[in-house]
Write a protein that binds this ligand. Structure first.
Ligand code: IPE
Ligand code: IPE
Ligand code: MG
Length: 257
């Protein structure tokens, strides 16, 4: 059973699985991986794995929101995922559209704010439309920010930021000296995640231990958490276990204590 404590100095007891309510990661990022293998293990087509994967999103959103996570970034489609067979790509896109159409009212009722990172202009039109509608509808919500990484790549993100800096320079918003003196913080404000703090923890189910081009700039001091469970089987218990482990790590940020 997971319990919560509000005491700042409370010791975490592994038998009780107590989560420290004062040390909940502000930004949790998840690489939703393993849909295909989940399906293959069941002798189902990969599309069924993607369906189960999308259906899993809701309970993780709720679980994160319940304990006060502020930002939940979900890696749903990478810049490299376009290289998959066309029918798989269109299935994933259709499932995302269906998910948002079906769940938007619910997300809104739960005060969730929908955002995206990545170049969504390259997504199919229905996808762009429902994302736009979701963003507008939930714009003023103050609860969990559900940040969907779609056609997202960490390298593309860094390049996007660089081009945004250059655009501001051309417009005269920045002069040569401003560019020369640009800080890491300034640069962060030109990335897709502008205004969002760096992820405290990056979770990857499915057994792979790599970033696959996710949040390369932003992950400088993120904690990494891996599990062999496939994304469609990733439950709130796994999320809380990841956060429990996070709370037992010593984040030093290069300093000494
Ligand atoms: C993640 O599951 C979904 C996307 C990348 C869109 P996969 O489809 O990568 O599942 P595996 O890795 O083949 O099991
Ligand atoms: C990463 O998973 C991308 C998403 C989950 C959206 P992939 O399945 O695409 O990554 P690789 O190919 O295993 O590195
Ligand atoms: Mg995969």
């Amino acid at each position: 059973m997971w319990k919560f404590t509000t005491s700042k100095n409370s010791k975490l007891n592994p038998d009780e699985m107590v989560l420290d309510a004062d040390n909940i990661p502000c930004h949790v990022a998840v690489i939703m991986d393993g849909n295909g293998r989940w399906a293959e293990q069941r002798r189902l087509p990969r599309s069924m794995g993607h369906k189960a994967g999308v259906e899993n999103i809701n309970k993780i959103v709720r679980g994160a929101s319940d304990i006060g996570v502020k930002y939940l970034t979900l890696y749903a489609f990478s810049t490299e995922n376009w290289q998959r067979p066309n029918d798989e790509v269109s299935t994933i896109m259709k499932l995302l559209v269906e998910y948002l159409r079906k769940e938007l009212n619910n997300l809104h009722k739960n005060n969730v704010k929908v955002k995206t990172i990545g170049d969504i202009s390259k997504l199919p039109k229905p996808c762009i439309e429902v994302l736009q509608e979701s963003k507008v509808k939930t714009e003023n919500n103050t609860g969990l920010v559900l940040n969907l990484a779609l056609n997202y790549g960490g390298r593309a993100d860094i390049l996007y930021a660089f081009k945004n800096v250059f655009a501001d320079y051309k417009k005269g918003k920045l002069n040569a000296e401003d560019v020369e003196n640009l800080t890491e913080k300034d640069f962060s404000d030109y990335t897709y995640t502008a205004g969002i703090p760096d992820p405290d923890i990056i979770i990857r189910p499915s057994g792979e231990q790599r970033l696959s081009n996710f949040l390369l700039w932003q992950c400088a001091y993120s904690e990494f958490w891996y599990s062999n469970v496939m994304w469609p089987d990733f439950t709130v218990e796994y999320l809380y276990k990841a956060i429990y482990d996070y709370q037992n790590r010593d984040r030093r940020f290069g300093k000494v204590k």
